[in-house]
Ligand binder design. Sequence first.
Ligand SMILES: [Zn+2]
Length: 342
Amino acid sequence: MTGTPSRIFERLEQLYAIGGGPGANRPHPSPAEDGAHELAATWMREAGLAVEVDECGNLLGRSARSADVWVGSHLDSVPRGGRYDGALGVVAAIEAAERTGAGSAVAFRGEEVGCIGSRALCVAGLGLPRAFLELHVEQGPVLADAGVPLGVVTSIVGYARAELFFEGRAGHAGTTPMEARDDALVAAAEAVLRIRDAARGIDSAVATVGQIEVEPGGSNVIPSRARISIDARAPDADRLNELVRAIGFEPGQLTAPAPMDEGLRALLAEEIASRGLPAIELPSGAGHDAGILAAAGIPSAMLFVRSMNGGVSHSPDELSSDEDVALAVEVLTAVLARIARS
Ligand SMILES: [Zn+2]
């Protein structure tokens, strides 16, 4: 392997320390996010890249060859976030661009609060890349459960969100017989179970009720009204539509799934297989900048690194092993070298 793997971990520690801890605290916008971008710009210059900041605040380090192939991720974090989410993708991109002498390393602004930087770039539509690669921690347990270090993302899942309301009739909790009741919360509870079962019936679909509100909210009053939230996700449009139909709701907010580019996926899979490892494919249940670029028509792909500690993320407990990270950077670098040639 070329380059110094230990440099990757030193840099991740330096980024983690910005914001004062405990955990990564680099929200968008903040002086901490700015500081992370300044640090990354220094590393880009050391790697021989020409540094630019676009009008959205995204940081780009261009190499002399195939600068229209971008590799990167984001440097903002959730409050008390982990070492790897986003930061790994940027640090790895600088390594890959330096090792190959090709492509551009990019750090997008504000991914955690709705992919602000990559969305603004795609809306502006100027200076867009020819291809985009993003290395990211899985943030889930699939790779760890399968016992493999790396995975290729098939698509960024789409999601449908809505609120459901249930109307009943308020009454005295002591004097209203069970058969005479019209309890809004009981109806909502039945719906929560139906939503779970609908998602269980569709491969790789998930659905969550994360909020519930009950009126009038007295412990001795039969609920007259209940509100629940729905967050339903699936890896492709067919399954997302099927899930929405099975639950039976009208989405108030709908974001289409973003399939990753088949050619780039194949290159990632080949590089993984050539190292004697199984090339597992999996959808991403979380949103990423790669999904925004893919939706804008830019061929994009993502490489996932195994998350340990049960796949925990958005937490200081987020962890990937040094060996897995070093391997991921190798695969990313090899694919960048191949795209840069073509
Ligand atoms: Zn991220």
